[in-house]
Design a protein around this ligand. Structure first.
Ligand SMILES: Nc1ncnc2c1ncn2[C@@H]1O[C@H](COP(=O)(O)OP(=O)(O)OP(=O)(O)O)[C@@H](O)[C@H]1O
Length: 652
């Protein structure tokens, strides 16, 4: 036991799991602010943008610079032109015609450059979406286990990360360019303003400071609200999906659930709207007086300037430059603050994206995993304890079981006994909380999960129906041979699916989908409708997908025939028996007639193995298995005891 403890400690050290957890914790702490975290996220967003489109970034920066300086240039040329008109050649400076030409050029650029900027930014945006999408879903693919996908808290974070991935990096980059542009506008105009009246410059700038503080506080509140409303947003999405879900249409119509779901969705939306409305109201109440203050200052300054101009202390050109500068500076500062606030909010949101993309592995993986050789002795579960959460009930309680090499084990038990959970552990989608599962004596935790899974073939109880062609649905079982029709056909035959696929309109090339249509690659909606299969037909395809994985060491069949008609079930089990002969397999089924020929049968009750042996041994023992078997058999015959049931079953 101490040896086991020691090796686990070593393992933990090797995986560096603690480092990763600490890093994840750091990111989580930085999520709601902290100048360092914000700076590093800004750098991250810029790096993403540069990777997505270095040329686009360069163009955007150049355009921002030119656009930023244009207002000051226009204000200055206008002042010179007006001074020239007022005072004639005595005013000095360039000729009026040159000034008019300059003004025409600058105002044309002022009108055209935003459109060019929009074009460049849209291009950049598309590139960024591709890069962040690749990064986010690449990170999700690297989670080797299932726990994160079954954790509501993590799903919330994932939803926010998805939102952040689509909007945040682009928004941060665009805001940064906008801030650069507006800073240059402010700097240019302030320089102009300063040459006319230094005190007015200071007052104008000071008036914008409170707005900055309010916007920063509001951004924090908005980010917090987004996080707290996230579960409601998820529920709202759930109702939306349910109302449009093909699989749910029948029940929704029959049970009249449409109105009920709609009401619930609207309730969630109302709560979300109310929270947003409250925040918008707070924003309005805080922003309005400060905006009014800025306007009063500008109006006061203008009145003073006009009076001073009447005394001859300023020229008309000065007044025009002053008007342009005050409104330009105020506008640019408010714009800067709003862009900054938007970027701040996006930076906070980007924290979720960073959390997901930098999260360590969900299952500890050794830096140098032990080799996963072909199975030679068997798979052994040694005192395996498992529960889904630290405070949840134990689902498996000390399961010890062996699947010897080359033999078949059947697992039976009532609903909720823990059979599918055991399958998840065998595929290392979860690790046992206590105890170990060993592959020829090597702990699964010491193996590379990908290599381990490559040695396993499985049909899960909740298999997937892919909206692809029939060939793809089978070929996906082994991507390395995905396009080999011979192999696909052989797998279909083994699963009793060949005839059904051959009878489809385009055979193996038939698209099996109620969502997509044939030949509608661009999503035009044109083309032939895909074909729908029945539940049992889908199940045979799922089985064929597992059969596609030739030469695997362990075959797991979790309720492989639950949806089949009696004749199909009999055929499938006959073929499966032939397929499994000599292979190491685990079969889970509530149809006890199908499991009786397994080399060994184990009964799982409330997470414990209570009986194990051959069919005959278990029938003789007259325990749970015999009772369940008799109940099932008596459904078809008049058998009342284990012996009678068995005889009747034999006859069937
Ligand atoms: N992701 C999960 N999180 C929490 N509990 C779970 C999760 N999945 C399963 N359980 C619980 O674990 C127990 C065992 O479930 P499992 O699916 O393994 O049973 P089973 O024997 O396969 O049942 P069935 O015969 O109905 O398929 C059940 O009580 C179930 O509620």
């Amino acid at each position: 036991m101490s040896g086991a403890r020691e090796s686990r400690e070593e393992r933990e050290e090797r995986t560096g799991q603690e480092d990763q957890d600490a890093r994840a914790g750091d990111t989580a702490r930085g999520r709601t602010g902290g100048a360092r975290a914000l700076l590093s996220r800004t750098a991250e967003a810029l790096a993403l943008s540069l990777r997505a489109g270095p040329f686009g970034c360069l163009c955007s920066a150049l355009l921002a610079t030119v656009q930023g300086l244009l207002p000051a240039g226009i204000a200055l040329l206008t002042k010179w032109l007006l001074d020239r008109l007022q005072h004639g050649p005595a005013a000095g400076g360039p000729q009026p015609l040159a000034l008019v030409a300059g003004l025409a050029l600058l105002t044309t650029l002022y009108a055209l450059l935003p459109q060019l900027s929009e074009y460049v930014q849209a291009r950049l945006r598309r590139g960024i979406v591709l890069v962040v999408q690749d990064r986010l879903y690449g990170a999700v693919n690297r989670f080797t286990g299932m726990a994160r996908f079954e954790s509501p808290a993590f799903l919330d974070r994932l939803r926010l990360a998805q939102e952040a991935a689509v909007t945040a990096p682009e928004r941060i980059t665009a805001s940064l360019f906008a801030v650069v542009q507006q800073s240059l506008t402010v700097a240019g105009l302030i320089t102009v303003l300063f040459t006319i009246s230094p005190p007015m410059t200071l007052i104008t700038v000071a008036a914008a400071a409170p707005v900055l503080l309010v916007e920063t506080a509001l951004s924090r509140e908005r980010a917090r609200m987004t996080l707290s409303l996230s579960p409601r947003n998820r529920r709202q999405l759930f109702y939306q999906r349910m109302l449009l879900d093909l699989a749910a249409v029948k029940e929704i119509r029959l049970f009249g659930l449409g109105g009920f779901l709609l009401r619930r969705m609207n309730d969630e939306t109302r709560v979300i709207n109310a929270a947003e409305e409250r925040l918008d109201r707070r924003a309005l109440l805080r922003q309005a007086p400060l905006t009014a203050l800025g306007t009063v200052i500008a109006a006061g300054g203008l009145a003073w300037m006009i009076l001073a101009a009447a005394d001859g202390r300023f020229t008309i050109g000065d007044v025009s430059a002053f008007i342009a500068s005050v409104s330009g500076v105020q506008g640019a500062l408010v714009g800067m603050l709003l862009q900054g606030a938007g970027a701040y909010q996006a930076l906070l949101l980007l924290g979720h994206f960073t959390d997901v993309t930098t999260a360590g592995p969900d299952l500890p993986v050794r830096r140098e995993p032990l080799p996963t050789g072909p199975l030679r002795r068997g798979v052994e579960l040694d005192d395996v304890w498992f529960r889904y959460g630290d405070d949840g009930p134990w689902v498996l309680r000390g399961v010890s079981l062996t699947i010897p090499y080359g033999s078949s084990l059947a697992l039976v038990g009532l609903n909720g006994a823990g059979k599918s959970t055991l399958v998840k552990l065998l595929c290392r989608l979860y690790d046992p909380v206590r105890g170990a599962i060993r592959w020829d004596g090597t702990d699964l935790r010491d193996m590379d999960p990908g290599r381990l899974r490559d040695r396993i073939s499985a049909v899960f109880q909740d298999y997937v129906e892919y909206d692809f062609t029939a060939a793809d649905n089978i070929g996906l079982g082994d991507l390395a041979h995905h396009g080999e029709l011979d192999r696909i056909v052989a797998a279909a035959r083994a699963a009793d699916a060949h005839d059904l696929v051959s009878a489809l309109p385009r055979g193996y090339a038939t698209l099996l989908s109620r969502v997509f249509t044939e030949g509608s690659g661009e999503g035009s909606g044109e083309g032939e409708a895909g074909v729908s299969l029945s539940g049992g037909q889908w199940q045979r395809l799922a089985l064929a997908r597992a059969m596609m994985r030739e030469g695997r060491d362990l075959l797991i069949l979790d309720e492989p025939s639950a949806g089949l008609d009696a004749a199909a079930e009999e055929r499938v089990h006959r073929r499966l028996r032939a397929y499994r002969a000599g292979a190491t397999s685990l079969l889970i089924s509530h149809r006890l007639g199908a499991v009786r020929r397994a080399d060994r049968i184990a009964v799982l009750e409330e997470g414990r193995i209570t009986e194990a042996g051959s069919h005959r041994e278990l029938m003789r023992r007259a325990g749970t298995y015999a009772r369940l078997f008799t109940i099932q058999a008596s459904g078809y015959t008049d058998a009342h005891g284990p012996e009678e049931a068995e005889e009747a079953e034999e006859r069937c």
